[in-house]
Ligand binder design. Structure first.
Ligand code: GAP
Length: 540
């Protein structure tokens, strides 16, 4: 089994080679914000393009093999604040948080645990740490062991972790919790709700009535445009609306590199269907979305779809599957994407708040059943008091299935998955260490590097002409600096799937060698066939 990736190595590579930088680094950075460098922006763009191509322009066939209807949107980040009142974000989009009065640090209360179960030895104290954070757990254990030693005892076995939220319910027990970053008890406050939306003002006057929010999800822009899309296109239910865009959350505890950021990008689909069909569509999207990750090179062992328990579900959801990934910074899989059955919650909420009728009228079904009725007017027919179930065959609030993925989270998973260290022979056949990013060719920031073997004898000219041809189609690099082995290593480190070398034979017969990053195999192919070779790899 491959050794677990040390995140520090990945972070260092990402900075060194221009994948990810700390935002505003020359001013000391800003917690929870990241910049993508020249290679990172290519990688993330490839991810978003792959999603758009595979989910919006050419989604897989539906459960019965039927064509899936999907359209896109690009909504504004700041919307009428009533959107967020209707969606429940103003009243309820909050995490329980706890402050440390001593260090002024803030923690998510539901992510804190305390060391418990050793009260015969450390009779009164509880030591807190963040779940999944090995360094903080180690610190907490050290403190507990020290306390045990002070009373002449030793901690036996592995102490149990207990949820902070449970312990903190009792004021007396809260008072004896030692916070994660202090040595004395009683510095943690009671958990309090904290709204995660960033607030701003629209217009010149900073008053209560001008308050607006940076969107915390792209989904609501889709719901409030549901009617616009129906009225302006020929889509019929079932169909989906997709959007890629920035979202902002004032996360209490941004952590694990870009995993939990305060500014991030989402790739969301709201798929609208008849309520009676919603379970089928939920299962369809759950499977489609999980498979998508594996087609892009995520090993299925590292992907863990997990159906949420009833107590975990958001208030509107009848079912949610979290597609989780085994990130190296945690012992437990972490969410990449949520596929949620949202029922009629969102459209109903916006219908109630805005007064707009967001019900769907299924004209096809209505016309199909014309022979069974005496009138063709839906309004007239309603006057005959048909049963509710009959009406809902034709007019209803659609149910929604929402596959909601994080572009940054998936980018991070792709970086973790790609990072490999192996040994390859150098020019003299001696094995040397190599760091290689094994990106799927579709996602690789640079698809091919064009390398003249030497900087003379007409090789640079040949290489440049190939480079100019290929760059019309893909991101490629021209590299003539240093020994060819060193140039291979440089390309391996940024995950370029193909290195194309122009040598003496190229000048004679117009063939080049293509070196495969993963197998190291070199094949001789006609220069005119290189474009197709790369295209083929991008299609697999
Ligand atoms: N519309 C539903 C929604 O927004 P969510 O589970 O809160 O659901 C969906 O977010 C996805 O957005 C997550 O699975 C994750 O990939 C990404 N995401 C959420 N918060 C994030 C954060 N603070 N940093 C990076 N990505 C985040």
């Amino acid at each position: 089994m491959a050794a677990k990736l040390d995140m520090e190595n990945l972070v260092s590579l990402c900075r060194r080679r221009g994948f990810i930088f700390q935002s505003s680094e020359i001013y000391g950075g800003i917690n929870g914000f990241w910049d993508y460098g020249p290679l990172g922006v290519e990688l993330k763009k490839n991810i978003k393009d792959a999603w758009w191509q595979d989910m919006v322009r050419n989604p897989p066939p539906g459960p019965d093999g039927q064509e899936i209807a999907m359209v896109g949107l690009d909504c504004s980040i700041i919307m009428n604040p009533k959107v967020w009142e209707a969606s429940g974000h103003v009243g309820g989009f909050s995490d329980p948080m706890v402050d440390c009065k001593e260090t002024k640090k803030r923690y998510r209360a539901d992510q804190l645990e305390v060391i418990a179960g050793h009260h015969e030895i450390i009779p009164t104290l509880y030591y807190a740490y963040t779940k999944g954070d090995e360094a903080l757990l180690k610190d907490a254990l050290k403190k507990a062991e020290k306390a045990a030693r002070a009373s002449g005892k030793k901690l036996a076995g592995t102490p149990l972790g207990e949820a902070f939220m449970t312990v903190a319910k009792d004021a007396a027990r809260l008072a004896v919790i030692v916070g994660p970053d202090v040595d004395v008890p009683g510095t943690l406050t009671e958990p309090r709700a904290f709204n995660l939306m960033f607030q701003t003002y629209v217009g010149a006057i900073q008053s209560e009535e001008n308050v607006a929010y940076l969107r915390p999800e792209t989904a609501q822009g889709i719901f409030v445009n549901f009617k616009n899309v129906l009225d302006s296109t020929r889509v019929k239910l079932p169909f989906g609306i997709a959007q890629i865009g920035k979202a902002f959350r004032n996360e209490i505890n941004p952590r694990n590199y870009t995993f939990r950021s305060r500014e991030f990008e989402q790739m969301e689909i709201e798929f609208f269907c008849h309520p009676s069909e919603s379970r089928r569509w939920y299962e369809y999207w759950r499977d489609v979305r999980k498979n998508w990750y594996t087609t892009l090179g995520i090993k299925s062992d590292n992907l863990r779809p997990r159906e949420q328990g009833k107590d975990e579900l958001a208030h509107y959801s009848v079912g949610t599957t979290d597609i989780e990934y085994m990130f190296p910074f945690s012992e437990e899989p972490q969410e990449l994407e949520g596929v949620a059955h949202r029922g009629a919650f969102d459209l109903t909420a916006h219908m109630n708040k805005s007064g707009e009728d967001l019900r769907y009228m299924d004209e096809d079904a209505w016309n199909r059943d014309a022979a069974n009725r005496t009138t063709n007017s839906f309004k007239e027919w309603l006057k005959t008091n048909p049963p509710k179930e009959e009406i809902e065959k034709y007019q209803y609030v659609p149910h929604v299935i929402e596959p909601s993925a994080g572009a940054d989270r998936f980018t991070l998973a792709v970086l973790c998955e790609a990072y490999s260290e192996d040994k390859v022979p150098d020019s003299k056949g001696k094995l040397e260490e190599r760091l290689v990013m094994k990106f799927h060719p579709r996602l690789a920031p640079v698809k091919a590097a064009i390398l003249p073997l030497v900087k003379k004898d007409g090789m640079p000219e040949k290489a440049e002409s190939l480079y100019r041809e290929l760059k019309k189609h893909f991101k490629v690099e021209y590299d003539d600096g240093g020994a060819v082995g060193r140039r291979y290593r440089r390309q391996d480190e940024i995950g370029t799937p193909f290195c194309i070398t122009i040598d003496g034979d190229t000048l004679k017969d117009d063939t080049v060698t293509i070196r495969d990053r993963d197998t190291l195999q070199q094949r001789r192919v006609p220069m005119a066939g290189v474009l197709d070779e790369i295209r083929k790899a991008l299609e697999t």
